[in-house]
Design a protein around this ligand. Structure first.
Ligand SMILES: C[S@@+](CC[C@H](N)C(=O)[O-])C[C@H]1O[C@@H](n2cnc3c(N)ncnc32)[C@H](O)[C@@H]1O
Length: 207
C-alpha cells in the first residue's frame, strides 16, 4: 500500500511542477486535491516515534488520502493503541478509508472530520503523540487545542517547518509561540520538509 501511495505521490509531484511552471491561479485551484504527503523518511520516523514512545493515543491532524495515516496506524497496531485521524475534505477522507482498509489497518483508526479543538478535549485518554500536517495557519490554534490533553512526556510533531519556503512567516510565528510555553522542549529536525518536535516536559528541568 505504501508503494502504491508513493507512486501516486511521485506522479503528483510532476503535475505540481507543471502547474508551478504554468503560473497564474492553476496551482492554487488544484492544490487542495493533491496528497501533499510527508514522504517515506518522515513516515518511517513517525512510525518509529510511536513505537519507541509506546504511544497508544495518537492524533493526526491532516490525514489527506492516508499516507502518513498508514505509517501511524501500523505503529499503533504494534503498541495496542488507536489513531484519531482528522481530515476535513470528505473526498480525501473516503480515499483514506479505502487505502486503510486495503492495508488491513482500518480497525486501528478513527477517521473524523471533527476539528482538533472539538475532538481532542472529548478524548477519554491523555494524548501521547500528535502530528500536525494540515494548513499551516492552523498550527498554533491546534497545538493549543492538543497541549492540555498531551501527557507529560508526550510529543507534538509539526511537518513543513523548512519547506515549502512560502510558509516561512507562519512557521516562524508557530515556533515563536512554542518558545513562550514553559514546559515545552522543542527541536527542529531536517527530515523531509522539516519537523518541529515538541515534547511536554515533566516538572524536572535541566537548565
Ligand atoms: C499536507 S496535507 C496532509 C498530508 C498527510 N499528512 C500525508 O502525509 O499524506 C494537508 C491536509 O490537511 C487537511 N486539512 C486542512 N484543514 C484541516 C483541519 N482544520 N483539520 C484537519 N485537516 C485539515 C487538508 O484537507 C489536506 O488534506
Amino acid at each position: 500500500m505504501l508503494a502504491e501511495l508513493e507512486a501516486r505521490s511521485r506522479k503528483e509531484q510532476q503535475e505540481l511542477e507543471v502547474l508551478r511552471a504554468a503560473g497564474g491561479t492553476a496551482l492554487r485551484e488544484r492544490a487542495g486535491s493533491f496528497m501533499l504527503d510527508v514522504g517515506p523518511e518522515v513516515g518511517l520516523f513517525l512510525n518509529t516515534l510511536v513505537r519507541v514512545a509506546g504511544a497508544r493515543t495518537v492524533v493526526e491532524i491532516g490525514g489527506s488520502v492516508g499516507y502518513s495515516t498508514v505509517w501511524l496506524a501500523e505503529a499503533v497496531r504494534a503498541t495496542g493503541g488507536r489513531l484519531h485521524s482528522i481530515e476535513v475534505d470528505r473526498q480525501k477522507q473516503e480515499e483514506q478509508r479505502a487505502y486503510l482498509t486495503a492495508a488491513g489497518l482500518d480497525a486501528y483508526v478513527e477517521l473524523t472530520s471533527r476539528e482538533a479543538p472539538e475532538l481532542v478535549p472529548s478524548l477519554s485518554a491523555p494524548v501521547d503523540l500528535v502530528l500536525l500536517d494540515h494548513w499551516k495557519e492552523l498550527y498554533v490554534r491546534d497545538f493549543d487545542a492538543c497541549w492540555p490533553a498531551l501527557r507529560p512526556g508526550g510529543v507534538i510533531v509539526a511537518d513543513n517547518v523548512l519547506m515549502p519556503r512560502k510558509n516561512a512567516e507562519v512557521i516562524a510565528r508557530y515556533r515563536h509561540h512554542l518558545s513562550g510555553i514553559p514546559d515545552a522542549q522543542s527541536q527542529m529536525l531536517a527530515l523531509g520538509d522539516g519537523l518541529e518536535v515538541t515534547t511536554k516536559r515533566e516538572n524536572v528541568r535541566m537548565d
